[in-house]
Write a protein that binds this ligand. Structure first.
Ligand code: AMP
Ligand code: ZN
Length: 109
């Protein structure tokens, strides 16, 4: 289940093979705008490491997942968002379309 790293669209974005504007980047994650925003602000926060879904998380991945939430919190504060939603879709039946773990940061502000 899930795509391999070689044909993963988010791995290609991380590698710079598909041009994208990063709103934030560090050693472990990148953030960019969702191509099809559902709210005024709709960012995707993802690890550089290819992890297909939350169901594939392994021992040690809690560090990166915690880091993604800290990045979300810091960006939301920088953007002065009054409130927001963090959403992770898990598996096809959970609405997941891209099989590289990501957190949606959505806000009507
Ligand atoms: P999910 O349903 O949680 O897997 O969400 C995947 C999200 O990725 C959707 O909201 C898409 O609009 C978004 N998306 C797909 N391809 C791209 C892309 N190339 N650049 C930015 N966002 C994308
Ligand atoms: Zn990937």
């Amino acid at each position: 289940m899930g795509e391999s790293e070689t044909d993963c669209i988010f791995c290609k974005i991380v590698a710079g093979e598909i041009p994208s504007e990063f709103l934030y980047e560090d050693d472990d994650c990148v953030v960019f705008n969702d191509a099809n925003p559902k709210t005024k602000t709709h960012l995707l926060i993802l690890p550089k490491k290819h992890i297909p879904t939350i169901a594939d998380l392994e021992e040690g991945d809690e560090k990166i997942m915690g880091h993604l939430i800290m990045v979300a919190k810091n960006l939301a504060a920088e953007m002065n968002l009054a409130g927001y939603q963090l959403q992770i879709n898990v598996g096809r039946d959970g609405g997941q379309e891209v099989f590289h773990v990501h957190i949606h940061l959505m806000s009507k502000f």
